[in-house]
Design a protein around this ligand. Sequence first.
Ligand SMILES: [Zn+2]
Ligand SMILES: [Zn+2]
Length: 213
Amino acid sequence: MPKLYGIGFFISSLRDPDLPAPQELVGHDSRLSLVADYLDAGLVHTRYRGYSWCRLCDIEYSEMGSADLTDGIWIWPEGLSHYLRHHSVLLPEPFLSHALAAPTQSMPPDDATTDFELWLEWSRPRRISRLRESLLAAQSEDDRLAEAARSERIAANEAKHGIGDGVCIRAGCGRPHLTGKVFCSHHLPEMSIDSTFHVHSHRLLKEALRCTN
Ligand SMILES: [Zn+2]
Ligand SMILES: [Zn+2]
């Protein structure tokens, strides 16, 4: 199976802490602006509906792009060049030498899969423990707020509908269902949409990443 090497993919949620934060990869390399030009010249591989965002500054999200770019061997997010130019974020040496040799770019075969191993292995020893602790704390806070929001919703649903005299149809539940519903307050279909309760996740992630500034 042909493969593409993924680079420049950064932590985007408190649920995917395996990815590096750009704060952890800041350094000095005089070649970065040339490499940034190479990144900008990449071919569009995949376009997404939402914009990316900078983990280090408040630049407009639209400036960070909404696509992944490729040269046929490597694949990176469209906004990666911003991190090199404005924040001196380093990339693995094999990619830097590749980019500086300015090879002709081409689209990869359709069945190429993306391999993140090189990226993860290169970035792992660069982790900043203070940042990792702050991400963990943010994750607990996110869970705490989500749990509180969930309890509030449960109480509100019970107040709104009233408790019925049958049992919730969710297997193994045993709680009484709400009046006029087949589910109890914990098992209404809306309760399974996690994003309803994790409304603070993105803000908490952004704040946790600021701990090194
Ligand atoms: Zn930035
Ligand atoms: Zn139930």
